[in-house]
Design a protein around this ligand. Structure first.
Ligand SMILES: NC(=O)c1ccc[n+]([C@@H]2O[C@H](COP(=O)([O-])OP(=O)(O)OC[C@H]3O[C@@H](n4cnc5c(N)ncnc54)[C@H](OP(=O)(O)O)[C@@H]3O)[C@@H](O)[C@H]2O)c1
Length: 370
């Protein structure tokens, strides 16, 4: 497999296509190459994964290093990160990478030098470059996960390419509409409702004429969800989820968009209606702790003839811009709202990541480099 030319790091590890949707391990190769070809003196600051996760991530799992980048070759550009994403998937995915790997992740970056006419200086891009401030990239040599120029967001901030106008927005758009097939008047439950994906799912469900119940981890988040149009909210940390759901969904639940798994999901399953649809997006309740024991759900599946399907958003890679433009259109029409929780400073990447996993974010968690 060709090395990914967008993520050469000085510790001699190339990340090959660390795209969200494809679990591809980085290969250890090219020892010393990046040190031998340094001529430009541009230095990238990179966060490495230096200790295996065990339970909740801590500062000990990460190390910040400097990498001197090579001179640009024909077809390459140099991108400078402006915003970086911290996402739940980084927790389970990094566990499969060897210690010493670059932390994976997407970023919005500006082209600051270019020998590629399709990526001119000044252009803003999305790239799956990892936790690094600067990247030399030849997009033609990237395999599955090519960087792309941001579409025209008008006056909206470019950072939205990490949230509602990027991977999480597409996760909500495709993962909900394609797998739940919501119908007017149906009851929809969303767990992880106040996060990047869940907050968009709930609003799309309202746009489709559904009654929407959001489950989130604080009263403030529940209040915010009401401002987005959610009909009912449940604070899973202070309420009995099953009892609260019985009150909020007296006619039962037709669609469930599951971001969390575990005992919250177990409660939702009890109240699913005949021919209910469940879209399994994530299981964040077990990312730090490992599998959680729940009661046997098969009984509900048989008697209620339920459909449950998991997905990875890259399934819709060929329709990527369709999702982004649909969400953009709804935002411009005032029908879709978004929130960002912004942490300042590249040095604070681990802090922002750990904070997000603990529920410190409302909407999309991002890091602003400067
Ligand atoms: N399948 C895909 O292609 C795909 C793509 C993107 C994301 N995902 C998954 O979708 C889910 C949401 O991702 P996101 O980017 O939108 O993250 P997010 O919801 O913005 O942030 C994570 C949130 O998870 C909640 N959480 C943490 N521990 C929890 C627990 N034990 N039980 C319940 N909730 C907990 C926290 O909110 P509270 O304060 O409410 O606890 C936290 O704010 C994740 O499971 C992620 O892995 C899947």
């Amino acid at each position: 497999m060709e090395p990914d030319h967008c993520a050469l790091i000085s510790t001699s590890i190339n990340i090959e296509n660390a795209y969200f949707g494809d679990i591809i391990l980085p290969s250890v190769s090219s020892i010393g190459i990046s040190l031998q070809v340094v001529t430009m003196g541009v230095v990238s600051r990179n966060w490495l994964y230096v200790k295996k996760f065990d339970g909740e991530p801590t500062n000990k799992n990460f190390q910040l290093i400097d990498e001197e980048l090579p001179e640009l070759q024909d077809g390459e550009f140099l991108a400078e990160a402006e915003y970086l994403s911290v996402d739940p998937y980084m927790r389970p995915y990094m566990s499969r990478f060897p210690v010493g790997s670059l932390m994976i992740g997407g970023q919005v970056a500006k082209i600051v030098e270019s020998k590629n006419s399709k990526f001119p200086v000044g252009a803003k891009i999305f790239g799956q470059f990892g936790w690094r401030t600067h990247t030399v990239c030849n997009p033609e040599k990237s395999q599955s996960d090519k960087p792309y120029l941001l579409p025209d967001f008008g006056t909206l901030p470019a950072s939205l390419a990490l949230g509602v106008l990027g991977m999480p927005g597409n996760t909500a758009y495709f993962g909900f509409l394609e797998l739940c097939s919501p119908k007017d008047g149906e009851t929809v439950v969303v767990s992880g409702a106040a996060g990047a994906v869940g907050s968009i799912v709930g609003q799309i469900a309202k746009l489709k004429g559904c009654q929407v119940i959001g489950i989130a981890g604080s009263d403030d988040k529940c209040k915010w969800l009401k401002t987005l149009g959610f009909d009912h909210t449940i604070n899973y940390k202070t309420e009995n989820v099953l009892e609260a759901l019985k009150k909020a969904a007296p006619k039962g639940i037709d669609c469930y968009f599951d971001n969390v798994g575990g005992t919250i999901t177990e409660s939702v399953m009890r109240l699913m209606n005949l021919y209910g649809r469940i879209s399994v997006c994530g299981t964040i309740s077990n990312y730090n702790s490992g599998p959680i024991t729940v009661q046997d759900p098969q009984r509900d599946f048989v008697f209620k003839q339920l459909k449950m399907e998991g997905f990875i958003v890259s399934r819709w890679r060929d329709r990527w811009m369709e999702g982004i433009l649909a969400n953009l259109d709804w935002i411009k029409q005032g029908k879709l709202q978004y929130e960002e929780t912004v942490t300042s400073g590249f040095d604070n990447m681990p802090k922002a990541f750990m904070n997000m996993l603990k529920g410190g974010n409302t909407g999309k968690a991002i890091v602003k480099v400067q």
